[in-house]
Design a protein around this ligand. Structure first.
Ligand code: ADP
Ligand code: MG
Length: 629
């Protein structure tokens, strides 16, 4: 017999389990039954190619037995079982990413929050230590000799023992030696209580969960209905059951924000049970993430992640589809081209988008929760596939806005537009606060035009695909041509600008010459009120996009550049000053310093560092020291 220690993180987890004040301690039973069911699934699957693993017994079952005298509760299964090494590997360490993430969250959490975390994560096998002072595992892998059984024992105190043993029956038995004090609050040796727990938590398990319920003589009863939840009528399934199914089937720890349970319409027969999660799956943004819907045919499992059933941008969706139209051994290649599958996929997508739209309109707080987790994916959906999905997705978008602190839809924005407003305005940058105070906002604020704040990097990219919404063009307020003035105002402004520009033409030329490496043009602005300067972009990508792209691109691949235009406010005192210097001496060296300082100012307002901070600082000091007292 070998005595071994648990890995450090497992010890931490056990410690927590044992001392936890978590109130739903009964979940241990769900976890054990779920493991048993998984073990049978595995065997069933492997036996397709290796029938000898069944050892001539294909009657799968999970069994619960109660030993009142010794206060032992046992859950056993005739599933795949474990070899010696597998017990060490699977039970002694936390390889499972869910638990790992749990542990990470646990660091720096007090015990009250810890209890909440257990609820959120449901940490599998280890939950047995909440109710048992000692846990014993007897197991034998399918196909192994009866002498190759394994016995494992632990009190959850940091170590366990493991040894070889004889075991006739294939599969796994878990014996829980229940704690005295637990038995005072929970009736875990009471058959009715156990039956109640099984129907509450594990009713949909596909294998019979059996228990001897005889009072005098043995009398076996199957406790669970086993009817796949998706084949039951919607009205007969409780929220709790959907939730349990979701957790068990997808090894998820969150609660779905919405469940779509629907039957096929039209020519293709199918049932779909789709879950919209409330939390991003932990590996969603990693390259290992695989999207997909579980595919069944007449309740028999075909494929775990059928990606043809769900578009990429909805990759976070979980669910199952059961359709008698597919044969069990259908190959991936045939599936890919199946027109039935395409019809189902289309319907599912429509249903999901419909459910989201409904949520957006009828339960905004819930939608916002969804949006905060998955909004990026929806925006990526707009951008993906050459904008094929833009019509479908544009009404699901939410943006920050100058109108209020609340997020807004494009539709709400358009409804608020004053009659004379022709375009949808947005400002793109790091955050709401920075954008609120940009010089470009001044004229729009004065006009009373609302501005969307694009604070997510992907926003502006999505908008380039959208182009318009309800025939209103989306315009970056830092772009070159804004359509904010009435014809009359425009004329008047244009005349005034032309007049001023012709007066200052040579000054502007000189400034441009001093900044020739950086800007395409220096011109007078009609969008500024109080600020001296701002930077706008000409044709092509915006300055914000340039920044995003250069952050994202590899250093050996130059990112595209925005064309920059420096706009000067002709009503600002600095403009008069520039004119003064210029008329005294068109070749004054001061003009170069001023031009550079103004350009750097404009950069900084955009959230970009000055070109040469040291030079910039010394120029400012120089200018300051010349101010008369
Ligand atoms: P999870 O089920 O999420 O993987 P658990 O902590 O519940 O995490 O179980 C850990 C591992 O132990 C399982 O992944 C499985 O490999 C193994 N295991 C647990 N129970 C059984 C069982 N009844 N039969 C076979 N293997 C089991
Ligand atoms: Mg488990």
């Amino acid at each position: 017999m070998a005595k071994k220690s648990f890995k450090a993180e497992t010890r931490k987890l056990l410690d927590l389990m044992i001392n936890s004040i978590y109130t739903n301690k009964e979940i241990f039973l769900r976890e054990l039954i779920s493991n048993a069911s998984d073990a049978i699934d595995k065997l069933k699957f492997q036996s397709l190619t290796k029938p000898e693993l069944l050892e001539n017994n294909g009657d799968f079952e999970i069994r619960i037995s109660i030993d009142k005298d010794n206060k032992v509760l046992t859950v056993s299964d005739n599933g795949i079982g474990m070899t010696y090494d597998e017990v060490v590997e699977n039970i002694g360490t936390i390889a499972k990413s869910g638990s790992k993430e749990f542990i990470e969250k646990l660091q720096g959490t007090d015990s009250k929050n810890a209890a909440e975390l257990i609820g959120q994560f449901g940490v599998g096998f280890y939950s047995t230590f909440m109710v048992a002072e000692k846990v014993k595992i007897l197991t034998r892998a399918a196909g192994a000799e009866p002498s190759e059984g394994v016995v494992w024992e632990s009190k959850g105190d940091g170590s366990y023992t493991i040894d070889k043993t004889d075991k006739i029956e294939r599969g796994t038995e878990i014996l829980l030696y229940l704690k005295e004090d637990i038995l005072k609050e929970m009736h875990l040796l009471d058959k009715d209580e156990i039956e109640e727990l099984v129907t509450r938590y594990s009713d949909f398990i596909r294998y019979p969960v059996k228990m001897d319920v005889g009072k005098d003589a043995p009398e076996e009863k199957v406790l669970n209905s086993m009817k796949p939840i998706w084949h039951r009528e919607k009205s007969d399934v409780t929220d709790e059951e959907y939730k349990e199914f979701y957790r068990h089937t997808f090894h998820a720890y969150d609660e779905p924000v919405d469940v779509i349970h629907s039957k096929g319409e039209g020519n293709v027969e199918y049932t779909a049970l789709i879950f919209i999660p409330s939390q991003v799956p932990f590996n969603f943004y990693s390259s290992h993430f695989e999207r997909g819907i579980k595919l069944y045919s007449k309740q028999v499992f075909i494929m775990d992640k059928c990606k043809e059933l769900i578009p990429e941008y909805l990759g976070f969706i979980r669910g199952i589809v059961d359709s008698p139209d597919f044969s069990l051994n259908i190959s991936r290649e045939i599936l890919q081209h199946s027109s039935q599958l395409k019809v189902i996929a289309k319907n599912i997508e429509k249903k999901i988008l419909g459910a989201l739209k409904y949520m957006l309109e009828n339960d905004r707080p819930k939608y916002i929760k969804f949006w905060n987790e998955f909004g990026k994916a929806i925006k990526a959906g707009i951008y993906a596939d050459y904008g094929m999905n833009r019509e479908k997705l544009q009404d699901l978008l939410l943006f920050e806005s100058s109108y209020s602190e609340e997020l807004t839809t494009l539709d709400e924005y358009v409804k608020r537009m004053p009659e004379n407003q022709k375009e949808i305005y947005y400002a793109a940058g790091r955050d709401r606060n920075a954008l609120k105070h940009t010089p470009q906002m001044e004229m729009l604020a004065e006009k009373g035009y609302e501005v969307l704040y694009f604070v997510d990097k992907i926003d502006e990219f999505a908008s380039t695909i959208l182009v318009n919404y309800k025939e209103k063009p989306l315009k970056n307020i830092s772009g070159s041509e804004l359509n904010i003035f009435t014809e009359e105002e425009k004329k008047e402004k244009e005349e005034k600008r032309k007049e001023r520009e012709s007066q200052s033409k040579s000054l502007l030329e000189t400034l441009k010459k001093h900044l020739q490496e950086d800007v395409q043009e220096v011109r007078l602005s009609s969008r500024l009120r109080n600020s001296a300067v701002c930077l706008v972009s000409g044709e092509g990508i915006s300055i914000n996009m340039e920044q995003v792209l250069s952050e994202a691109s590899m250093s050996n691949m130059p990112a595209p550049k925005a064309t920059r235009i420096l706009e000067i406010n002709p009503d600002h005192r600095i403009f008069a000053k520039l004119n003064e210097i210029y008329s005294a001496d068109p070749d004054s060296g001061k003009l170069k310093d001023f031009a550079e300082v103004l350009y750097n100012q404009a950069l900084m307002i955009e959230g970009i560092a000055p070109k040469d901070p040291v030079k910039f600082a010394s120029q400012i000091s120089e200018i300051m020291s010349e101010v008369p007292v």
